[in-house]
Write a protein that binds this ligand. Structure first.
Ligand code: N01
Length: 504
């Protein structure tokens, strides 16, 4: 870690580096490691948190765990024979990310507690100017690796700011708040909530779960690894590789089934309904939590504990819609007032309207938010956006997945971006900017494919869709197809200038 002594003098003077990476979750950290491996050491990682890990550092709520199997949810260059269970918990994943950062010796390129406030293109200098809470920087190239699920979305509910008790977002869990014996409410029933509810249900006095849309639930095939398995992973690396490949293949077939074959969707729905029948005794409650849209339209959730938790005597599912929050209670639209001591807001993230878009100012003086307002959230291969020269994105638009490991997509983008940086160096390029026509054609094709999927046609609203109803977050195909597209940087899709500023 860069110490305060190293960093503070930079506050006074602008520091220039070749490449700045913003964010050090799986994506930013993975790229930093790749740059170091390639001997491209003139880079810095600016990270607003005080350690690496991104979403796995921030989401520390009780019950937080991954819904992708551990051996696939790891860097391919850093397999981990020590995973203790098939689906890892937050602490274990965060420990893994930190140990990879240490082992690959990139922490000295990080500046922590560094909140980036603006990233502005200087056309004359062909550089990015970065303002942060730890000083000013300039860079030839910026890679934004802030992630899609980094900015908590608070619900716009009347009176919520006047609530007097403990209130916090799932991604900003207040561990000083003791919920034991308290009357607690949770707003939201997404991936975070269905992990929080069973984790706290038995310790609180009462738990009111405010559900707007019921999620589809499937079994969670989680279990601790047996000692012989762990020994095999450790001493026979081929076993771990095989396990990874098998999980990968199974997950790839899932996306095709859900996006293309209605018969398979029906089979999954039947499985989920059977689960409901077995795990919830109360028929009224069962009716309340039965989804009314096609499975897969929203992210499918996996849990063996959520329904039994809802079925507890001290837990209520409330579907009437929230009218207002008062100092010590929530009032629903039917006029019922329920008193509470603590309110947990598990209402997701700003995805298609991320505040980070306001901080980036491109070549024509418009912010990324303004550009996206005009054309919708889009990028070429999820990685480059016209009007933002020498800027690349990891986990950009339409790179997200609902069914398998984001680490696979991230590593594909790392291949692409590191090859782009190498090409810039090799050819002595001053700027590279994706051509608008290429970007638009790429996105028209994506939207065409997405328009036919269950995400767009399944009869639900979700964070996958933007305000125009376009799916600007998910990748619609096999992930190996994305890997193929991002294998090499395709300079022909870009307008480039050389040092003498000739447009090529
Ligand atoms: O957020 P969400 P999340 N009034 O947006 C409800 C990843 N993740 O933090 O469905 C009332 O999914 C909203 O209702 P509705 C994963 O990619 C992974 O849970 O919009 N309710 C919904 O129920 C996931 O998809 C893991 O009608 C309001 C909930 O809040 C993503 O993160 C674990 C409301 C938000 O659900 C986000 O998950 C956790 C309002 N005003 C997260 N506004 C694992 O790997 C929103 N809601 C296991």
């Amino acid at each position: 870690k860069v110490t305060d002594n190293d960093v503070e003098p930079r506050v006074a003077e602008t520091r220039h580096v070749k490449t700045i990476i913003v964010g050090s979750g799986f994506a930013g950290l993975g790229l930093a490691i790749r740059l170091r491996q390639e001997g491209r050491n003139d880079f810095l990682v600016l990270e607003r948190g005080s350690e690496v890990g991104g979403t796995w550092r921030d989401n520390t709520y009780p019950g937080a765990a991954c819904d992708v199997p551990s051996h696939l949810y790891s860097y391919s260059f850093a397999p981990n024979p020590d995973w203790t269970r098939s689906f890892s918990k937050q602490g274990e994943i965060q420990g893994y990310i930190k140990s990879v950062a240490e082992r690959h010796d990139v922490l000295d390129r990080h500046i922590f507690d560094c909140d980036v406030q603006s990233i502005r293109w200087n056309e004359a200098a062909a550089q990015w100017e970065i303002s942060s809470t730890r000083g000013e920087f300039t860079a030839d190239t910026v890679v934004s690796a802030v992630g899609a699920l980094c900015e908590p979305a608070l619900p716009d509910i009347k009176g919520i700011n006047d609530f007097d008790g403990e209130i916090f977002h799932s991604a900003r869990w207040n561990h000083d708040a003791d919920l034991t014996g308290k009357r607690v409410a949770v707003i939201g029933t997404g991936a975070s909530s269905i992990q929080i509810v069973p984790a706290i249900a038995s310790k609180v006095a009462t738990l009111d779960v405010y559900q707007r849309t019921a999620p589809w639930l499937l079994p969670r095939m989680d279990r601790p690894y047996l000692l012989p398995e762990r020994l095999a992973f450790k001493y026979l690396p081929a076993v771990q590789r095989l396990s990874r490949a098998a999980i990968y293949a199974a997950r790839e077939t899932q996306v095709v089934g859900l996006t293309r074959f209605p018969v398979l969707m029906k089979a999954f729905e039947a499985l989920s309904r059977a689960k409901l029948q077995i795990e919830i005794r109360d028929p009224e409650l069962r009716k309340k939590v039965t989804p009314n849209y096609r499975i897969g339209c929203k992210r499918m959730l996996i849990s063996n504990e959520y329904y039994p938790a809802l079925d507890r005597d001290n837990v209520d599912v409330i579907t009437d819609g929230i009218a207002e929050v008062r100092a010590g209670s929530i009032v629903t639209k039917d006029g019922t007032e329920r008193e509470i001591d603590a309110l947990i807001v598990a209402t997701g993230f700003h995805v298609t309207d991320s505040p980070t878009y306001n901080a980036m100012v491109g070549r024509d003086g418009r912010t990324l938010a303004e550009v996206f307002d005009d054309i919708g959230q889009q990028a070429y291969k999820g990685s480059a956006i016209a009007n933002f020269p020498n800027m690349f994105f990891l986990v950009g638009p339409n790179v997200g997945l609902g069914h398998t490991s984001m680490v696979f997509m991230i590593e594909s983008q790392i291949n692409y971006v590191s090859d782009a940086l190498a090409t810039i160096d090799k050819r002595g390029l001053r700027t590279v900017e994706v051509r608008e026509d290429v970007q638009h054609a790429y996105n028209a094709d994506l939207q065409d494919k997405l328009g036919k999927t269950v995400w767009n046609t399944g009869g639900c609203a979700s964070w996958y869709l933007d305000k125009h109803g376009n799916n600007t977050t998910l990748w619609p195909d096999f992930t190996f197809e994305f890997r193929r597209l991002t294998r090499h940087f395709d300079a022909a899709a870009y307008t480039t200038t050389t040092a003498d500023a000739d447009r090529e």
